[in-house]
Design a protein around this ligand. Structure first.
Ligand code: CP
Length: 334
């Protein structure tokens, strides 16, 4: 693993799932699985906490979040990083008319990393480019950028899929069914792009017609000759799937909610469980509404609560990579 780690190019920012290739995904899987083993002892956790106590991070979340915020904050704590936060721009000097660019440049004066969620698509890229031209070019992590991207969610989704499907030969060759508001769901966009790194994968996009995937994603998948199908046949799609990725309506964004009245036809209910493959993995980035029946939680195929916990460990691994200390989390017996 040491040799493999040294082959990885440095990661400067985490902005889009398009920046990651298969070698990185395999490395992140191994690194995350290794780091989790430190959680099994007090000595292991003390060691992790000793790695980055000299670093400070800013969590700038101007869109609501529970799990992304808390898992990044916990990941910082696990590595000894001091984390500060702004969760509402109205409590910052943006309220006095300061631009978001000046606001983020100000954070870069005080911290070594900015983790940001914003309703503005591609704001992270703009800030990263701007900071790269300043004397303190701190790394940026995109923790969700409007309806655009959520790359760290996609990385934890891939980790969960790989773990859930490992006894069936992994992600290669599998049929993944994505369901819901595919047009505005940023996790769908980021995950679909990551899945193009795996041979033989097919995605079935099941949604009401008005919630079909956006044109740019359709064009990207077609251009890469990726195998995908868009369908309104929810029952047929879930029955064919090796993994199902449920999503909620993203009605916090502008746009046509006309498909909402059909959404109930794309809900996964306990009554559907007998139709699914015996080893089908059920994922959801959460939070959920009615599209995923809580009665499914007890089914061994439900992986979404594990997915949520996996997110914290994947984010710990990403922080070690960003700060260039991933080679210090090798267990001697691996
Ligand atoms: N999956 C996800 O991004 O959840 P939160 O909005 O709670 O962070």
């Amino acid at each position: 693993m040491d040799a493999f780690a040294s082959e990885q190019p440095p990661v400067r920012h985490i902005l889009s799932s398009s920046q990651f290739d298969r070698a990185f995904l395999d490395y992140l899987y191994t690194l995350t699985t290794t780091i989790r083993r430190f959680d099994k002892s007090r000595e292991g956790l003390n060691y992790l906490r000793s790695l980055l106590p000299h670093k400070r991070a800013m969590l700038y979340f101007t869109q609501p979040s529970t799990r992304t915020f808390l898992s990044f904050q916990s990941a910082c704590h696990i590595l000894g990083i001091t984390a500060s936060e702004i969760r509402d721009a109205s409590t910052s000097s943006e309220r006095k008319g300061e631009s978001v660019e000046d606001s983020l440049r100000t954070f870069s004066s005080y911290v070594d990393l900015i983790i940001m969620r914003s309703p503005i698509a591609r704001l992270c890229e703009r800030i990263a480019t701007m900071l790269d031209e300043t004397p303190r070019p701190v790394p940026i992590i995109n923790a969700g950028s409007g309806p655009d991207e959520h790359p760290t969610q996609a990385l934890l989704d891939i980790y969960t899929l790989a773990r859930s499907l490992r006894e069936m030969g992994g992600i290669e060759g599998k049929t993944i069914c994505m369901v819901g508001d595919l047009k505005r769901g940023r996790t769908v966009r980021s995950l679909a792009r990551l899945l193009t790194n795996y041979d033989g994968v097919k995605i079935l996009f099941a949604s009401p017609p008005s919630f079909r995937i956006a044109d740019d994603l359709r064009q990207d998948l077609s251009a890469s000759r990726f195998d995908f199908e868009e369908t309104t046949d929810f029952a047929g799609a879930i029955a064919a799937a090796d993994a199902i990725y449920m999503t909620r309506i993203q009605d916090e964004y502008e746009g046509d909610n006309a498909g909402a009245q059909d959404y109930h036809r794309y809900h996964l209910r306990a009554e559907h469980l007998p139709m699914l493959k015996a080893d089908c993995a059920i994922l959801h980035p959460l939070p959920r509404r009615d599209e995923l029946d809580p009665r499914i939680d007890q089914d061994p195929r439900a992986k979404y609560w594990r997915q949520e916990r996996n997110g914290m460990w994947v984010r710990v691994a990403l922080l070690t990579i960003l700060f260039g200390i991933d080679d210090r989390v090798q267990l001697p017996d691996l």
